[in-house]
Design a protein around this ligand. Structure first.
Ligand code: PHE
Length: 468
């Protein structure tokens, strides 16, 4: 079943390819790095439960809305929205929602590849360790734990290395996107996602025998309702959105390459379920190893890059497990960065009628510069935003993160749900979404009321955090 899109002539070769690519987009650093760090920083169980609720009630309905628009429009995201609006007899100005998304994708791509660079760095570190101390015993033998934890700050302090790693990760992403949907993006997804899952299950299994497993389970699944504060809820919603790749036109773009015979509701359910399962398992993979080494759960962003390498010191075959772990994270991150590069690329390619490799090169070049600033000036506050409360004291990296997760992603998602719920023709949407009966009514209620209202609250609180 070839599903070539009307405009682009490109498409997934099968439903399986779409499912793998979309899961590849969703599963990434958000699951492996951000989720355990956020869960740890926000008290564990209460955060996890609320996160799952957000995935089900807000994330999934918006995800379905995005792929519905994409498949109907069969084009790059803004053009797809324009077509749906036109066929519904409504203003094509709604395309703005996807313009915002495309911009958001470009900004997320820029800082995402910086973190991708750190993953490459740790692959190098563990490889080097295997060559110097062998595979038996723990990683970094003979080195002080403090020395291992100091690797990350040392990396952060080295602007040239940060820049080089960022460019390397971006170049790998570019290579596959430039080759096209079925030739590049699909190829990576169909090979790397299964490889990711095998490594992931193996390491989680290993973690289960390290002694910290019971502690990890009770940490992640014991819900203390008093811990469910405003900031915890906000963090959970933001995490659900980031993890499902929503609000940045990515899923809309992938939806345009899907064949007519695919049931979008069922497929979206599979994508959301797989993404959440990986996030939970990432917790069950990382926390046992961290707990077994007697380390704390609330290390935040340093959890994966600092605590975990330190924990690998204490476990048998630590350097091999460490290497495999970071290779696995690399696979997950690459399939996500590919989707981030694809959304602006598809738009550029159609808008300016240029060959794919050139469009890919222009977008990647822009991300190289913007992300280059984020990498080079990591940790150094940006003077121009110092008066703005939301960004005060932040470096380029954090400004990009905050601007996208707190502003652009929620706005994109609010507009998407309003557009699908109220503006687009009911007949058109109903013929695409693959839902019927009670489920259809529930979805409609969620996109019409629950999602926009919840998201507006999130947007306001996100911009004025002092309210909660
Ligand atoms: N969902 C990806 C992750 O969890 C990140 C991402 C966000 C990818 C937005 C595409 C669009 O790592």
């Amino acid at each position: 079943m070839a599903a070539a899109s009307k405009t682009t002539g490109e498409g997934w070769s099968s439903r399986r390819a779409f499912v793998l690519a979309a899961i590849g987009s969703a599963v990434g650093l958000g699951n492996m790095w951000r989720f355990p760090a956020e869960a740890g920083a926000n008290g564990g169980g209460a955060f996890v439960m609320f996160y799952l609720l957000c995935v089900l009630l807000i994330g999934l309905p918006v995800l379905l809305s995005e792929v519905v628009i994409g498949r109907h429009g069969q084009s790059n995201a803004p053009e797809s929205v324009r077509r749906v609006a036109e066929e519904s007899g409504k203003s094509t100005g709604w395309a703005l929602l996807a313009d915002i998304g495309v911009l958001g994708a470009f900004m997320v791509l820029s800082f995402y590849c910086v973190v991708g660079g750190w993953v490459l760095y740790y692959i190098g570190v563990f490889l080097g360790d295997i060559f110097t101390t062998g595979i038996v015993g723990g990683a970094f033998q003979g080195r002080d734990p403090a020395e291992v934890e100091a690797l990350l700050p040392a990396l952060f302090g080295n602007g040239a290395l940060m820049l080089g790693l960022h460019v390397a990760f971006l170049a790998i992403t570019f290579f596959f996107v430039a080759r096209g949907v079925s030739g590049g993006i699909e190829w990576v997804a169909t090979w790397l996602m299964p490889a990711f899952f095998i490594l992931f299950v193996a390491i989680t299994f290993y973690g289960a025998f390290t002694g910290g497993f019971d502690e990890a389970v009770s940490y992640l699944f014991t819900v203390d309702f008093s811990a469910l504060t405003g900031p915890v809820m906000l963090a959970a919603v933001g995490q659900a959105f980031f993890s499902l790749s929503l609000g940045v036109a990515g899923m809309m773009t992938y939806g345009a390459y899907v064949g007519r015979d695919v049931n979008l509701a069922g497929t979206s359910g599979i994508i959301a379920a797989a993404d959440s399962a990986v996030a939970l398992l990432a917790g069950l993979c990382i926390f046992p190893i961290v707990f077994a080494a007697g380390l704390e759960a609330n290390a935040g962003p340093g959890l994966m890059f600092q605590s975990l390498p330190r924990a690998f010191q204490d476990i048998p075959f630590g350097s091999v497990i460490g290497l495999l772990f970071f290779v696995m994270v690399f696979f997950a991150a690459l399939t996500s960065s590919i989707s981030l590069l694809e959304a602006p690329t598809a738009w550029f390619k159609d808008r300016f009628r240029m060959p794919r490799p050139i469009a890919t090169g222009i977008v990647a070049g822009g991300a190289m510069v913007l992300g280059g600033f984020a990498a080079w000036f990591f940790g150094q506050p940006v003077p121009v935003v110092s008066g703005i409360a939301l960004f005060d004291g932040q470096d380029v990296f954090s400004v990009l993160d905050t601007a996208t997760s707190r502003i652009l992603m929620p706005i994109g998602a609010i507009m998407t749900s309003l557009f699908v719920g109220w503006v687009a023709s009911r007949r058109l949407i109903d013929s695409e979404n693959g839902l019927s009966g009670g489920l259809h009514h529930t979805w409609l209620f969620l996109v019409r009321w629950a999602c926009p209202l919840a998201l507006v609250v999130i947007l306001i609180v996100g911009i004025f955090p002092s309210i909660v």
